[in-house]
Design a protein around this ligand. Structure first.
Ligand SMILES: Nc1ncnc2c1ncn2[C@@H]1O[C@H](COP(=O)(O)OP(=O)(O)OP(=O)(O)O)[C@@H](O)[C@H]1O
Ligand SMILES: [Mg+2]
Length: 244
């Protein structure tokens, strides 16, 4: 373990520009950020601040105009897109505001999907088949009785829990969540919060969560605030790890 041992992702001087006609729109303006293994990091900020763009770049769903994303000491920005896709599938999970479930498939099939895509994943996960693993995770998120429901046969909160189960099926190290409770009522938002805290505590998974919900923000030990493509402030309680 080189460098600072608790850093899992290090974003270095990230910029993102969009060309609009003849002019250039800079939506990320030199973002530097260290994310610690096992933390729940909350990203706050007004609409248009660049939160989703940053989340997508950290998670390799989008490429920066300049700058690097270092994951466990490896510069992912230097990899081919095929290698990036492999890292993403094996190590990262994603949850979005509007679930993005496949409508024609059951909850179980939706959750199994990343296992089917990641060929390597099947051999890496304790000999469990995709189906066994998917059922186990649906149980973890409280949906064991809903495995054969299609998305249109589930409530919003249940759909989001299926989306979490899908994000978790390859045992990712890092979960990227973009406004995961943005479409839910208070009760369902609460359940998602509890789920995140449970997973974070039991699996030591790292969560990076974009939210507008100030209640939700309280669940992270560290909150960063973005404005105009920059990090303008953070309240920090670096997780106390490895004290022994
Ligand atoms: N493909 C694109 N082309 C041009 N501009 C874009 C593109 N995608 C995003 N932007 C611009 O980049 C800026 C940051 O967008 P982003 O989605 O990251 O904001 P956000 O902080 O997530 O906002 P919200 O809270 O509304 O989700 C916005 O001003 C947006 O208009
Ligand atoms: Mg956004």
């Amino acid at each position: 373990m080189e460098g600072r041992k608790d850093v899992i992702i290090h974003a270095q001087d990230i910029t993102k520009d969009y060309r609009i006609g003849k002019s250039t729109l800079r939506v990320l303006n030199g973002v530097n950020l260290e994310i610690y293994k096992g933390e729940v990091l909350i990203i706050l900020g007004p609409s248009g601040a660049g939160k989703s763009t940053l989340l997508h770049i950290l998670g390799l769903l989008d490429t920066p105009t300049s700058g690097d994303v270092i994951y466990r000491g490896e510069n992912l920005s230097k990899l081919s897109s095929r290698q990036q896709a492999e890292r993403r599938n094996l190590h990262f999970g994603f949850v979005f505001q509007f679930y993005h479930l496949l409508p024609d498939f059951t909850a179980l099939e939706n959750v199994m999907m990343p296992r089917l895509i990641g060929q390597k994943a099947s051999s890496q996960l304790n000999g469990k088949t995709g189906r066994e693993k998917a059922i186990e995770i649906l149980d973890t998120v409280g949906l064991k009785e809903r495995t054969l429901h299609r998305p249109d046969q589930l409530s919003g909160g249940e759909r989001q829990r299926v989306a979490f189960a899908r994000a978790l099926v390859n045992d990712p190290d890092v979960l990227f969540c973009d406004e995961p409770t943005g479409n839910l009522d208070t009760k369902n938002a609460r359940e998602i919060q509890d789920l995140i805290l449970r997973l974070n505590a039991s699996n030591d998974q790292t969560f990076i969560i974009v939210t507008h919900d100030e209640n939700f923000a309280g669940l992270g030990k560290r909150q960063i605030r973005m404005v105009d493509g920059r990090i303008v402030g953070q309240s920090t309680t670096v997780p106390q790890k490895g004290e022994g």
